[in-house]
Design a protein around this ligand. Structure first.
Ligand code: GKR
Ligand code: MG
Length: 452
């Protein structure tokens, strides 16, 4: 019996096809190349807590720490990829479960475990995708942007993210039992911004953001003080800058439709780039958009691909704030970009508190999404100067812009001592999920996020 007779029909077909491919490669004088996987051998998850000043939003008051999860994947090539994602115990647990899914898999083929990880928790997928991309970049000596078809720009514009706030040394906040560092009063305070709860103080804050970092777009986090005070703050910034810089306002859906419509008339008088999430839900957003005819944006009512169908029908927005933590990583943001282009939506980026690894990721998102043409948000200026967990300290913001870090992968590295310290803070402070309402009630007992 010859060899062919010993093979099943399927085996025979496969042998013929691969034989033909090998023959054609050999004919072209090239050795046959097997793809080299970058096998994931281990996953390390490190929850951290970093200092957060008492900035205010519809959810209450930040602090004393914000939580993040750091992700490190080890590979058979001895390359370690790093990632950062949303903080808190739920995400940490999802990441722990992800270990058995990803160990043994190829970091280059991260899209192959997208669904399993995304279903566990979107932020879990985002952290691991980022670490995989970082490892793949290091393995090929390419920046992440280059792996994803970019960069389409070399520097990325960010907006000043302005928050009303209490002074960092507010006595009631210094009495917080969760505090485990040495911050104190005056020169020992976490920062020197003082209390900012009036239109004049907000205009001064905007001017300082402009001077210190060169920002050219300004977003007011509203939904904190009565709407007339917040509108007065917009006017104060407008006159501070002589109408030169675009403004944004984001009440995080704390306003009622009638408040938002009335506010819209006032907002027509300033150089408004867009009106972000004044009200809750696509239907209410669409109503405000129709009544005010202002460009509207969201990181609240269109946050998943499943929300897009309804948005096409209701037309609540003009701008989507992408976020790799919930849109399916950097690749998900690229997919979103194509959809935005098709629907005529502009694209910006959403931010929660984050450290330097996410900062580098956000710069890379903008570098691989051609549609992301307007300034992104970032909380990075609120991170105290010495608090980042990167080697070499914080990444620089100049003229409101950030450069893509130069090295392979994400181009940034973790400082292990700083990571250990931030993990120790996480362990000791006892905070396990974000809870702005509790902090707010320390200053304003009984506080509730009642709609305006
Ligand atoms: O950090 O308080 C905050 C913000 O309000 C944040 O949680 C929002 O998610 O920045 C975000 C936004 O644009 O809505
Ligand atoms: Mg928002």
């Amino acid at each position: 019996m010859n060899d062919r007779a010993n093979l099943s029909r399927r085996q025979w077909l496969w042998a013929t096809v691969t034989g033909l491919l090998a023959a054609s490669a050999a004919r072209a004088g090239e050795p046959r190349r097997e793809p080299t996987p970058l096998r994931i051998t281990a996953l390390r998850v490190t929850p951290i807590a970093l200092p957060d000043p008492p900035i205010l939003a519809a959810s209450g008051c930040h602090g004393p720490y914000f939580l993040r999860n750091l992700v490190e994947i080890e590979t058979d090539a001895k390359i370690i990829g790093i990632g950062e994602t949303r903080g808190g115990e739920r995400v940490a647990q999802a990441l722990e479960k992800a270990r058995e899914i990803i160990v043994g898999r190829n970091a280059f083929a991260h899209r192959g475990f997208f669904k399993e990880l995304y279903d566990l928790n979107p932020a879990c997928y985002a952290g691991i995708e980022l670490a995989c991309l970082d490892a793949c970049g290091k393995a090929t000596n390419r920046r992440i942007g280059e792996l994803l078809g970019g960069p389409v720009r070399n520097e990325v514009e960010f907006a000043a993210y302005l928050f009303y706030r209490y002074a960092a040394d507010h006595p009631k906040l210094l009495a917080d039992r969760r505090l485990v560092d040495r911050r104190g009063k005056d020169k020992d305070a976490l920062d020197d911004w003082g209390e900012v709860r009036t239109p004049e103080a907000m205009a001064r804050m905007a001017a300082r953001f402009q001077k210190q970092w060169g920002f050219r777009v300004f977003k007011l986090k509203a939904g904190v003080l009565p709407p007339n005070v917040e509108l007065e703050s917009m006017r104060a910034m407008e006159s501070q800058f002589g109408g030169k810089f675009p403004l944004r306002i984001d009440p995080n859906a704390r306003w009622l439709v009638e408040t938002a419509v009335a506010a819209g008339k006032e907002l027509r008088k300033v150089n408004l780039e867009y009106y972000e999430d004044p009200v809750r839900g696509q239907k209410a957003m669409a109503e405000v958009r129709r009544a005010t005819m202002l460009p509207m944006s969201t990181n609240m009512c269109v946050t998943r691909f499943e929300h897009i169908k309804e948005a096409v029908q209701l037309e609540p927005i003009d701008v989507v704030l992408a976020d790799n933590h919930y849109w399916g990583g950097l690749v998900g943001c690229q997919e979103l970009g194509r959809i935005c282009q098709t629907l005529g939506w502009r694209m910006s980026q959403h931010s929660n508190n984050h450290a330097g690894v996410t900062m580098a990721a956000m710069i890379n998102v903008a570098a691989v999404c051609p549609q992301l043409t307007i300034a992104s948000d970032t909380h990075y200026p609120w991170l105290p100067e010495n608090a980042d967990i990167l080697q070499g300290g914080k990444l620089a913001i100049r003229n409101g812009r950030m450069q893509i870090p130069a090295g392979a992968g994400l181009g940034v590295s973790l400082d292990s001592d700083k990571v250990a310290r931030a993990h120790e803070t996480y362990r000791k402070c006892g905070m396990r999920e974000r809870d702005d309402a509790t902090t707010m009630r320390m200053v304003e007992p009984g506080w509730k996020s009642t709609p305006f």
